[in-house]
Design a protein around this ligand. Structure first.
Ligand code: SF4
Ligand code: SF4
Length: 275
């Protein structure tokens, strides 16, 4: 079973839930795809191994270039510009699709490797841990996410900490998930972000359920929405100062006083997946 944990914004409690679910599932693999904030690995270990991830960036050979601009017109990401009659590459916008090289009729484009980021990995007890890390200044970590997801053994359980929002990197992260857990705060802002990620899971035809984090007495806004879209509330994580303090110290709160909340969520997910 592959569980993807996502939320419409950062700080909703996605990583808190993802690491603690992985902690409770025996022998599971934890995949931190939140490459712009790669803190999930640190809940499990202080030291880890590092693998470099490279991406391909086009290089223009000015001697061969005939200034036809076919590559500039082709690039959807505006990573190629015609600057005073010379084609320039803007590496930070390039998505390494390789298309410009294919459309160039004069063989003037080659590719070079560029360091995009890292995969941090380790093993803790019976868990395998992988976390992506995007280098500062890089625009997209999709290639890192693809490589992290490839580390998961499809016969074993895994938990994915997705990036926040509903962009390409989130789409990539949930592509093979069996179940999506949508983490939301019980506020108007939380609800709006929840709607955004729910719409994404609908497009991908993924089964999903909601966990309300920082739950208070009245969580009616999110509960009413869950009813309206006919998906279950899998559980509640309380708005609790001690929990927040422990979590801020990267403690695994599912090993202590808050275990029952995470057990409950996990049991509901298992039930939902088997339906
Ligand atoms: S590789 Fe793709 S994204 Fe990058 S410059 Fe070429 S066409 Fe644009
Ligand atoms: S497609 Fe090739 S020849 Fe045309 S502008 Fe681009 S690099 Fe130059």
């Amino acid at each position: 079973m592959q569980i993807a944990v996502l939320s419409g914004k950062g700080g909703a409690g996605k990583t808190l839930l993802a690491v603690n679910l992985a902690n409770l599932i025996e022998g599971s693999t934890f995949l931190d795809c939140d490459v712009e904030e790669p803190n999930g690995v640190f809940y499990f270990a202080d030291t880890y191994n590092k693998e470099e991830v490279y991406t391909k960036i086009p290089v223009i050979n000015d001697h061969l270039c005939k200034h036809c601009n076919k590559c500039v017109d082709f690039c959807r990401y505006n990573a190629l510009i015609d600057f005073l009659g010379k084609v320039k590459v803007l590496p930070s916008l390039c998505h390494s699709c390789g298309g410009c090289q294919l459309v160039c009729p004069h063989g003037a484009i080659k590719e070079k490797d560029e360091l995009l980021g890292y995969i941090n990995y380790t093993s803790v007890r019976d868990h395998k841990i992988f976390g992506g890390e995007l280098r500062i200044g890089k625009e997209t970590g999709v290639s890192i996410i693809e490589k992290i997801l490839a580390k998961a053994n499809t016969n074993e359980d895994s938990v994915i900490d997705c990036p926040p929002g509903n962009g390409c990197s989130v789409m990539e992260s949930i592509s093979d998930a069996d179940y999506c857990v949508l983490v939301s705060e019980p506020t108007v802002f939380g609800l709006e972000n929840l709607k955004m990620v729910y719409d994404l899971t609908k497009i991908y035809k993924k089964k999903s359920g909601i966990v309300i984090n920082k739950a208070v007495e009245d969580n009616g806004l999110v509960e009413a929405y869950a009813k309206e879209i006919h998906i279950p509330i899998l559980g509640y994580i309380p708005f609790d100062k001690n929990l927040a303090l422990s979590n801020s110290k990267l403690e695994m709160v599912s090993n202590g006083a808050f275990k029952s909340y995470f057990d409950h969520v996990l049991n509901r997910i298992k039930k939902e997946v088997s339906i």
